[in-house]
Design a protein around this ligand. Sequence first.
Ligand SMILES: *[C@@H]1O[C@H](CO)[C@@H](O)[C@H](O)[C@H]1NC(C)=O
Ligand SMILES: *[C@@H]1O[C@H](CO)[C@@H](O)[C@H](O)[C@H]1NC(C)=O
Ligand SMILES: *[C@@H]1O[C@H](CO)[C@@H](O)[C@H](O)[C@H]1NC(C)=O
Ligand SMILES: *[C@@H]1O[C@H](CO)[C@@H](O)[C@H](O)[C@H]1NC(C)=O
Length: 446
Amino acid sequence: MAKERLLTFVLVVTTAMAVNSPAGEAHNITAVLESLPDYSIYNNYLTNTKLADEINSKETVTCLVLPNAAMATLASKGSPADIKRALSLLILLDYFDPSKLHNLGGGSTYTTTLLQTTGTVTGTQGFVNITDARGGKVSFSSAVPGSKPDAVYTKSIKEIPYSLSVLEISDPIVYPGLFDDGSSISDSNLTALLENTGCKTFASLISSSGVLQTFQSAMGKGLTVLAPNDEAFKAPIVPDLSKLSAADLVALLQYHALPSYTPKASLKMETGPIATMASNGPGKYDLRVKYRGDEVSLVTGIDTSRIASTVLDDTPVCVLTVDNVLLPIELFPNATAPAPGPSAKSPSPSPSSSPSPSQSPSPSLAPGPTAVAPAPAPGGKKKPEAPSPLPISPPAPPTESPAPASSPAESPENQPADDTSMAAGTMAGTLAAAFVSALSALGFIL
Ligand SMILES: *[C@@H]1O[C@H](CO)[C@@H](O)[C@H](O)[C@H]1NC(C)=O
Ligand SMILES: *[C@@H]1O[C@H](CO)[C@@H](O)[C@H](O)[C@H]1NC(C)=O
Ligand SMILES: *[C@@H]1O[C@H](CO)[C@@H](O)[C@H](O)[C@H]1NC(C)=O
Ligand SMILES: *[C@@H]1O[C@H](CO)[C@@H](O)[C@H](O)[C@H]1NC(C)=O
């Protein structure tokens, strides 16, 4: 085999992986575990909690897998929300294969987990300490001080170099309080939860219209609420809701919920139209998704709304807040998005942050030339989901950095989350690192 040809191949593949293809195509954890009955409970949990979507959307990830007995013990310890958190701590945002585990500089390292990216943890709770003890025993513990190294590496299940490593460990990684932190839908009723999160108008509308009952009866099977905050209802684009008929108001409110458990990471995986609870036929009252890095927006055909925060993630119920009221074209055929300019309600876009690259060729997302409102200007509102600042030094690149270094103006839309770290400045470095990694994997250097 010609060396040059292989080099070219590697370069093309690494470039394509880093830039073009959705990471979801790169690996599929469900497919990896499917044929292995020892991990069937774990695999079911990944599917039901939608963590599989999160894993598949990461370009570089290590999944610490529990065999059935250990997983069953974990499952008995907490609510579905708690278990999802515990499993998120087993998803490392870096690539660790057995040789890397046995060659940790200094014998131990900290690594970021998926739990850290949920924005629901404090201190070092979202980090894991990996230790390569003398004698070759590798253990995993929570980075919370005083945590015991409960989990021991037992074997490698699957390695897809620099993309997905699947390792078996003996026990879950825990820290004190892991099982009491997650808010649960059984702790608080939906209206109270919405009121406490700045969505009083929406809470009162769903209560008075009776839509609350519809939502409640959907909770057993799967429900995702997209709650606009109180400010959103005051925007000029929102028609006078008191002029809507009762049936139209119900449709508008039901448009703000999906009849499925679809957390933010799973929304990103949606490529076509998504049915809402108001959908009464194909193509009716549906939504589309666009995203740029970790910022996910919903497109109605009239307006676009960013998903602001995850208020509750308690399988199969998810409550997200959105910045704008979602206006279905079915109810407001004559409404148009506010023109981007000084008169618009949204922060006036500066030339550099204007919709330029993002608004262009995305035929599947833009139902009409004038229909899609510009995405909120970067920096307009604070992003509550941003991971908390790192208390300790993050692992070195090409690891996904947990720091919210997203630069929405530069990254193209509907790119994998990890691409936030690949915006302009770091692109070359990341590619070079990926290239070198791939080469060394093939034994070309060193
Ligand atoms: C992953 O694999 C599972 C099982 O083979 C399959 O059902 C699912 O559709 C796959 N997901 C993707 C995103 O390809
Ligand atoms: C990581 O875990 C090892 C083994 O328990 C421990 O000796 C070490 O102090 C831990 N590192 C930090 C920084 O907590
Ligand atoms: C839910 O919370 C609302 C608002 O706090 C309250 O009015 C209502 O009584 C509560 N419902 C139940 C069933 O607890
Ligand atoms: C929409 O505009 C058309 C034409 O201007 C008008 O006839 C129609 O009544 C309007 N519909 C609504 C719901 O306002």
